[in-house]
Design a protein around this ligand. Structure first.
Ligand SMILES: C[S@@+](CC[C@H](N)C(=O)[O-])C[C@H]1O[C@@H](n2cnc3c(N)ncnc32)[C@H](O)[C@@H]1O
Length: 287
């Protein structure tokens, strides 16, 4: 593997927190099991299993973790609600998207560069910035010096739901979702990737995206969860997407409201692109 590819491969593992067996969902799962003596049904699907299909539950492994991570273990134990877990970045420090959706971002960037599709990259809904970090690293490794990474977010979480399709989601009340601009910038800087080719668009999409001085986009990635956040991104920015550019919808499978927004938008334009499935939630199409 070329050295630049090794760099990107390692970066993806770090962004997905897949490089460290000591942290992440595996540890959370083990602690839950041990503290409650219950196998959590919501996590069963994702839990490792032995050949006979039984959940693997390894106490010795946990003891080693306790030895190396005593403060983290104590923090998690003393807060079963999970706040410590998220605030200390123990699970998904940079991105919450799946490895398949991380691979899809890489695929989109490499493809538009190879096909010479003009334009920048914009993600609407960046959380801790991991997707932008990957895109900025890919541009560096591909020696693409003329493209900018735009990161649009309130940097204080989602607004209260306004559209009826979003009612009941109440993601504005989810304390895990806000990631401040300072935190996101620090994450870019931590990888040596914070420079003037990363631009931050701070505020709610309805206030920022309509007047954004952005030119052509090679990749537009939507990850704002709500119907309103999805339509407030597609309406003002779709026309900026270059022919052959990628439109990626992270929440298509997870949220009915997001799905409806995509189809309302496409119907309003008379567009019928083939939506390509990435995993159980993400889809994309090329314009
Ligand atoms: C699910 S998170 C994004 C996950 C991120 N792409 C990642 O890689 O982990 C949703 C983000 O969208 C932002 N967001 C959602 N709706 C928004 C809106 N209408 N205006 C501004 N930001 C919004 C939230 O602040 C949050 O950071």
């Amino acid at each position: 593997m070329a050295q630049t590819d090794l760099y990107i491969d390692l970066l993806k593992r770090v962004l997905a927190n897949a490089h460290s067996p000591g942290l992440g969902p595996r540890m959370r799962y083990l602690i839950d099991c041990i503290d409650t003596s219950v196998l959590r049904p919501t996590r069963l699907e994702r839990s490792p299993r032995d050949e006979a299909g039984a959940i693997k539950f390894d106490r010795n492994y946990f003891r080693e973790l306790e030895h190396f991570e005593p403060e983290a273990i104590e923090g998690v134990r003393s807060d079963p609600g999970g706040r410590y877990w998220w605030e200390h970045n123990l699970s998904f420090p940079f991105t919450m998207i799946s490895p398949a959706r991380i691979d899809n971002v890489e695929h989109a960037v490499r493809t538009v560069v190879a096909d010479r599709i003009p334009g920048d990259f914009l993600e609407a809904g960046v959380w801790r910035g991991g997707v932008g970090i990957l895109i900025r690293a890919l541009l560096e490794s591909l020696r693409e010096s003329d493209r900018t990474v735009w990161m649009a977010d309130s940097f204080e979480g989602l607004p209260a739901p306004t559209h009826e399709a979003d009612r009941g989601l109440a993601l504005d009340a989810n304390w895990m979702l806000p990631a401040s601009l300072e935190e996101v910038k620090a994450n870019f800087a931590g990888f040596g990737l914070l420079d003037d080719r990363v631009k931050f668009v701070e505020g709610y999409f309805k206030d920022t995206l309509g007047d954004l001085a952005v030119g052509p986009l090679a990749v537009l990635r939507l990850d704002g969860d709500y119907y309103s956040s999805t339509i407030e991104t597609l309406d003002p920015l779709y026309d900026n997407v270059s022919p052959g550019g990628f439109v990626i919808i992270d929440d298509y499978g997870f949220y009915e409201g997001c799905r409806r927004a995509v189809h309302d938008f496409l119907d309003s334009r008379g567009l019928t692109p083939e939506l390509i499935s990435i995993d159980d939630s993400g889809v994309y199409w090329r314009k």
